[in-house]
Design a protein around this ligand. Structure first.
Ligand SMILES: NC(=O)c1ccc[n+]([C@@H]2O[C@H](COP(=O)([O-])OP(=O)(O)OC[C@H]3O[C@@H](n4cnc5c(N)ncnc54)[C@H](OP(=O)(O)O)[C@@H]3O)[C@@H](O)[C@H]2O)c1
Length: 137
């Protein structure tokens, strides 16, 4: 399967798995411009991911959206549509990681992680889905 020419949103593109994923999409095909939307709250890190994507494929079209997915789902989608006119892929990767011993679990932190995963992650998917259907009914 090729993602060439597809418009891909990667949330949590400012570090770790999301940054590596964005870079992989950017270098899919040097002949057809990959279009990758980099979403996260840390602008400096997003800029570093943008540079890594450009290094991987200088013709990649990149859009940084500094945004919090718990607050800015509509803005993320509208800004991406304004720039690229369509959406094909959402890598809904942003998340909260917690380490440590399960016996020391902090209930408030557990609640925050679950709320993020079961509310804001699906909300973004639900808001993006109609644009996917427009692109590929
Ligand atoms: N690494 C693992 O072993 C592992 C295991 C299981 C699941 N996961 C999941 O895989 C995903 C990526 O993990 P990772 O290891 O790459 O972790 P990471 O480096 O901590 O990345 C998390 C990303 O989520 C973004 N993020 C967090 N809250 C956000 C918010 N409210 N709005 C927008 N972006 C937000 C962060 O960006 P900003 O800080 O810039 O906003 C960051 O880029 C996470 O969802 C994590 O839960 C990872």
């Amino acid at each position: 399967m090729t993602y060439s020419g597809k418009v891909v949103i990667v949330t949590g593109a400012s570090s770790g798995i999301g940054a590596a994923t964005a870079e992989l999409f950017a270098k899919q095909d040097a002949n057809i411009r990959a279009k990758v939307v980099l979403v996260g709250r840390n602008e400096a890190n997003l800029t570093a991911t943008e540079a890594a994507c450009k290094a991987a494929n200088s013709s990649a079209e990149l859009l940084i959206i500094k945004a919090d997915i718990t607050l800015d789902a509509d803005r993320i989608i509208n800004t991406a549509i304004e720039k690229f006119g369509k959406l094909d892929v959402l890598v809904n990767n942003a998340g909260i990681l917690a380490g440590g011993n399960i016996l020391d679990i902090d209930v408030e932190q557990f609640d925050q992680i679950m709320h993020f995963q079961y509310t804001f992650v699906p909300i973004l998917s639900l808001n993006v889905a109609p644009y996917f259907l427009k692109t590929d009914p």
